[in-house]
Design a protein around this ligand. Structure first.
Ligand code: FAD
Length: 415
């Protein structure tokens, strides 16, 4: 939205394509229906309307058959979108790490549970243990508590010393301090453990309890939900498909958020996990630069660079500890689309070999869940991305012009 509004200020014809039926990304998309819009969300949505931006909602981009042309699929239609410049702002997803019992019903992603509640899932009176790592845990716990859930415990895998260092970084970001104090107040009385993580989830048909490790000791806590997420993974599949260079796991961009591909810009989480404030300012810079408003874009560099310091501190503070590599047991499923267990993966030395011999990463999520998990567990590097980048209907693939790059038959199969 920030990129679109800034680009439209040049008089350019601008469109937003979002696979969600409502705009607003991960934070604001569910607001309006069950939750009133926050002031900031209302302002951005109003800016989009007044800027005259065309909205293509509920359309998922799955392929670029040639530079300057994107294909997006809706519920029952296919759009061909031609662009002069493109800003990729594909966001991030949660990282899941496998542990015994993580596939039980009611063990869910932390952000995933929040999204379900935003979509209407009743949570009042339910006991939710929140575990994993990153600031999202607190944001989710506070959201769920406001909606009537009980939070017996928050488990954060990082150490108190890393949290303290992160706290010092916040001192240079007054708005983040205010946010932290607000959440601290909202979470009064909730137990928060650092150096703690889930060892296993227990239950017959549904989750009944979670066993956690805390400073070397284990403790069992009864609960209805385990909301679990180990920070975020950038959605870089689309930029990779378009040929953008990746550096240290993120899309490489220059000062103007331009990628290594001409006319293609990138903003928000794919360029570095830094939260909504950084995503907004990067979006503004990308939108301005994509429409030639370079001097206006430059005025935002200082603000962005300050927020990037916060992003680096986030990365340091919530880096995964090595003990988490020992969580899966031999029969723990790592790829849940294709039912591939940890012991079957241990026989392989690369992501490609595991894919070829076990079908790990070849199910409907196309490695979006097990890829980051195996990257952490086995230090494997993910493969190249091939079109279609999301599952698409056969009838739409049939009208798709032949892709520029050839599809190696050996790992093929339509998504
Ligand atoms: C599950 C989850 C919950 C979160 N909750 C919070 C929270 O409560 N508070 C908080 O401060 N931060 C939260 N975050 C962090 C949040 O992602 C960022 O701070 C912020 O939303 C980043 O903005 P963005 O524009 O980079 O990405 P996003 O807000 O994720 O926006 C990316 C958009 O791109 C769209 N998209 C992606 N690929 C395609 C495609 N191929 N075709 C069409 N559309 C596409 C998505 O539908 C989405 O709307 C959450 C993150 C996740 C993953």
């Amino acid at each position: 939205m920030a990129a679109a509004v800034s680009a439209a200020s040049s008089g350019a014809r601008v469109g937003i394509v979002d696979e969600n039926p409502s705009l607003g990304g991960q934070i604001w998309r569910g607001e309006g229906a069950n939750v009133p819009h926050s002031r900031e969300a209302s302002d951005w949505l109003a800016h989009v309307k007044t800027a005259g931006v065309t909205e293509f909602r509920g359309k998922r981009v799955f392929h670029q058959p040639e530079p300057g042309v994107l294909l997006a699929e809706g519920v029952d239609d296919l759009c061909e979108l031609n662009y002069g410049a493109l800003v990729l702002a594909t966001g991030a997803r949660e990282r899941f790490l496998p542990f015994p019992g993580w596939t039980l019903p009611n063990v869910v992603g932390a952000g995933g549970l929040q999204a379900l509640v935003k979509a209407g899932l009743p949570i009042r009176g339910k006991r939710v243990v929140v575990a994993g790592t990153g600031p999202l845990l607190l944001a989710v716990a506070s959201y769920l508590r406001k909606h009537g859930a009980g939070i017996p415990l928050i488990c954060e895998q990082t150490s108190w010393s890393k949290l303290a260092r992160f706290g010092v970084t916040l001192l240079s970001q007054p708005e983040k301090i205010a946010q932290t104090l607000r959440i601290k107040k909202e979470m009064a009385g909730v137990r928060f453990f650092a150096n703690a993580w889930p060892l296993n989830a227990q239950g017959k048909n549904n989750l009944e309890a979670v066993n956690i490790s805390r400073a070397g000791k284990s403790e069992t806590i009864e609960c209805d939900y385990l909301a679990c997420g180990f920070h975020l993974v950038p959605n870089i599949e689309m930029p990779v498909l378009l040929g953008c260079q990746i550096r240290c796991g993120y899309v490489k961009v220059d000062d103007f958020q331009q990628t290594t591909v001409e006319r293609v810009y990138c903003a928000g989480e794919p360029a570095g996990i830094g939260g909504v404030d950084l995503a907004l300012v990067e979006g503004q810079i990308a939108g301005l630069a994509a429409t030639g408003q370079l001097s206006e874009a430059k005025t935002l560099f200082h603000k962005r660079d300050k927020l990037r310091r916060f992003a680096r501190a986030l990365e340091d503070a919530f880096r995964l500890r090595s003990e988490l590599r020992t969580l899966p047991s031999s029969d723990t499923l790592v790829c849940r689309c294709e039912d591939v267990s940890y012991s079957r993966l241990q026989e392989h030395t690369s992501w490609r070999s595991a894919k070829l011999y076990t079908r790990c990463g070849m199910g409907p999520c196309q490695g979006r869940v097990c890829g980051p998990a195996t990257q952490f567990l086995f230090k494997w590097n993910p493969d190249s991305v091939r079109p279609p980048v999301f599952p698409a209907r056969v009838e739409h693939l049939a009208v798709t012009p032949a892709p520029q790059q050839s599809i190696p038959a050996v790992t093929g199969g339509l998504q």
